[in-house]
Design a protein around this ligand. Structure first.
Ligand code: SAH
Ligand code: SF4
Ligand code: F3S
Length: 440
């Protein structure tokens, strides 16, 4: 029974990729994946700690599935990922239905942890590693659109952004052997995939050295793009302090490197950026955006923004709004600051912005971004874009859906085209989330 595994994933793309590594390790040990939680003997929840509400969601989920355990005491429940790492054994005190706690660097140990749990013991491995990149593991794809996939190129993070829990739960930064990355991307291409997104917390600092041979991110990107012109390459996330001219030029040179850069600004105020320890200024950020626009005229740029960080004034908040307006972001993820225990901000500063103010500022940046996103989409009307088809539109099977190089979703009436193919679509209309058009 324990051999049937159900995996539920929360958090970022990195966790999605990790769930595929977990699935691969378990499959190699005789486990089988199931889609329905009620069929599972082993339930793994791959967790996120980035904001307090991310963790609360997982506690609620554990409560909601506790009846499964009451019905069948042999079911094994495991918490993997960032929250497992952050809370360690404390998870077991908080929630008695949990049998296994496994941090992000312990997944090779999961088969053993499961055996231990089967004998009725609680099993914990939260050791972080300086080397583990799961380089040799071929992830089992759980996404199933069969066209786009993530490939992890590094793990951990060496930046110490004052608000962020990632360095504590994911450990030190390490880069994966480029040969294994290329091999994985080639395999994806030969099994029909047409797009890979290279993942790291700060891809610009990717560097791998073997036998005196050193590979940086622009080179890696170029190599992956070289697999086949029909294979699109994306990447996430770029750090404004590290994104180089060399990288921007590399993107501009290759048709199949997508013209979209996710470049989280977090704030537009120099004072707040300094407190956040982001190691760049507003002016530096603007220079990077200008450089992108100079080399890649059709590049879309997206961002992450945080409102209500410690001591943020109205003036700081206005600086965030004006930076967004200046940059004209195509898309943004926006959050209220959430204090995370153990981070520099929690140790050194007081979380002194009342939640009502954080929320009001968040609403203001969301409505500005809605306006900017609408402008960005309106500018596409009338133009023709190459679209990689990912499948049927959610709305109706008479329509297909895909994305442009700029990462915008396009929906269009279906004819003979199939997923995994490229088509040129002329944009006729835009709604708040999508562009619609016709194949030309
Ligand atoms: N490595 C990426 C981001 C990873 S976390 C980078 O440096 O850009 C994703 C986003 O979550 C961050 O960009 C930030 O905007 C947000 N975030 C991180 N910690 C947060 C916190 N404590 N409160 C609110 N938002 C946070
Ligand atoms: Fe967190 Fe900063 Fe690292 Fe991104 S770069 S994961 S925000 S510490
Ligand atoms: Fe990702 Fe959440 Fe961990 S954002 S790295 S899953 S804390």
């Amino acid at each position: 029974m324990t051999k049937k595994v159900y995996i539920e994933t929360y958090g970022c793309q990195m966790n999605v990729a990790d769930s595929e590594v977990i699935a691969s390790i378990l499959k190699a040990n005789g486990f089988e994946m199931v889609d329905n939680i009620n069929d599972a003997g082993l339930i793994l929840i791959n967790t996120c700690s980035i904001r307090e509400n991310a963790e609360q969601r997982i506690w609620r989920r554990l409560k909601a599935i506790s009846h499964l355990k009451r019905k069948n005491r042999n079911i094994v429940i495991g918490l993997t990922g960032c929250m497992a790492e952050r809370l360690k054994e404390k998870v077991l005190e908080e929630e008695r239905i949990v049998d296994i706690v496994a941090g992000p660097d312990s997944y090779r140990d999961l088969p053993l942890l499961v055996s231990e749990a089967e004998t009725g013991h609680k099993a914990v491995n939260v050791l972080l590693s300086h080397e583990e990149t799961y380089a040799d593991i071929s992830p089992v794809r759980l996404d199933r659109n069969g066209v786009t996939s993530f490939v992890s190129i590094m793990r951990g993070c060496n930046n110490m952004c004052a608000y962020c829990v990632v360095p504590y739960v994911r450990g030190a930064e390490r880069s994966r052997d480029p040969e294994t990355i290329l091999h994985e991307a080639e395999e994806l291409f030969s099994s029909g995939y047409r797009e890979v997104t290279l993942l790291g917390q700060n891809v610009d600092s990717y560097r791998h050295t073997k036998n005196g041979l050193s590979t940086g991110f622009p080179e890696l990107l170029e190599k992956v793009a070289g697999i086949n012109p029909l294979m699109r390459v994306r990447f996430s996330t770029s750090h404004p302090k590290d994104i180089s001219d060399d990288l921007i030029k590399t993107i501009s040179k290759h048709h199949n490197i997508c013209k979209h850069i996710h470049l989280p600004a977090q704030s537009g105020s120099n004072r707040i950026l300094k407190l956040m320890n982001r190691e760049y200024t507003r002016e530096w950020y603007m220079d990077r955006v200008s450089r992108i626009r100079e080399y890649i005229s059709d590049c879309s740029i997206s961002t992450d923004m945080i409102t209500g960080f410690c001591t943020e004034t109205e003036e700081d908040h206005q600086a965030s709004l004006s930076l967004m307006e200046w940059a004209g972001f195509d898309f943004a993820y926006m959050f209220m600051y959430s204090e995370r225990p153990g981070t520099r901000a929690s140790r050194k500063y007081s979380d002194n912005i009342p939640v009502e103010i954080k929320a009001r500022r968040l609403n203001e940046i969301i409505s500005l971004q809605n306006k900017l996103s609408a402008i960005s989409k309106k500018n596409d009307v009338g133009k023709t874009f190459e679209v990689l088809i990912e499948g049927y539109s959610k709305r109706s099977s008479g329509y297909l859906s895909g994305r442009t190089s700029q990462n915008k979703v396009v929906v269009f009436p279906r004819r003979e085209e199939k997923k995994g193919e490229y088509v040129n679509v002329q944009i006729e209309k835009c709604t708040s989330a999508t562009l619609t058009g016709k194949v030309v």
